[in-house]
Design a protein. Structure first.
Ligand code: NI
Length: 250
């Protein structure tokens, strides 16, 4: 069930059976020469659709632009500043809380969002603690679930790709998007082995360290077949994780 394809009476009825909502959150940033710029937004969106089919969860619009300042050295990347993203997350959550939602399950596709999302959650709780929330909203709960931390995924990635998985433009995330969008898959791109690993600072430094955008990965090994296994494994783990959160009372 997608919020974007629901009517307000649909949402009103949904709130009578659940006050939880899934918010896919990602990024619009380069993913090397064979990964889609939307990879980090597409991965949680793809999995959220499956999660909804299995649990009936309501899926919010994807927050498809995240904190990606270090990728701005590559054409097509778009970022929110951390402070902008915190403000946006708070506006989304305060809007949804007004209607009665109190369990916010962020299905995340971008490591660069983690610190900012965690700070946004703290801001939300502070609004309640400091009495600045518009209404009494004790009991709001946020959960951040990185899709690659779903049970079974790290083991599967290691089995499929070993050290070639890397940490950005990974074989797993490229495979998952190719599984969902096979007609767009860039299967003819070849690489000269793994990319370097290293620290992340600002955009110009990032491009100097990682000239084609990858970090540690060799996504030449990405495949639609691997993407199917990753999808099925991630989804199996996410169903229980979502249910235990959406049903939680404390
Ligand atoms: Ni990514």
């Amino acid at each position: 069930m997608r919020l974007q394809l629901s009517t307000w009476p649909d949402v009103e009825a949904y709130l009578k059976r659940s006050t939880a909502i899934v918010i896919p959150v990602g990024s619009t940033e380069q993913h090397g020469p064979n990964g889609f710029i939307g990879t980090d937004a597409l991965c949680p969106e793809i999995l959220a659709k499956g999660l909804s089919e299995k649990t009936g969860a309501l899926i919010a619009p994807t927050m498809s632009v995240g904190m990606a300042q270090h990728h701005l050295g590559f054409p097509g990347s778009v970022t929110l500043r951390p402070s902008t993203m915190i403000a946006a997350v708070l506006d989304w959550l305060n809007s949804l809380a007004r209607h009665g939602f109190d369990r916010f399950y962020f299905l995340n596709g971008h490591g660069g969002n983690i610190a900012t999302l965690t700070a946004a959650f703290s801001e939300l709780y502070a609004q309640s603690s400091l009495g600045t929330a518009a209404t009494n909203r004790a009991g709001l709960r946020c959960k951040l679930r990185n899709w690659w931390d779903a049970p079974g995924i790290r083991g599967l990635s290691s089995e499929l790709f070993g050290a070639d998985e890397g940490s950005h433009a990974t074989c797993s995330e490229v495979s998952l998007t190719w599984y969902a969008y096979p007609d767009e898959a860039r299967r003819d791109v070849r690489f000269d082995g793994r990319a370097p690993e290293g620290p992340i600072y600002e955009a110009d430094d990032f491009r100097r360290r990682f000239p084609d955008g990858r970090m540690g990965s060799n996504p030449e090994r990405a495949s639609i077949e691997a993407g199917k296994r990753i999808y099925e494994t991630a989804l199996a783990g996410l169903v229980d994780d979502y249910r235990s959160f959406s049903d939680s009372k404390d």
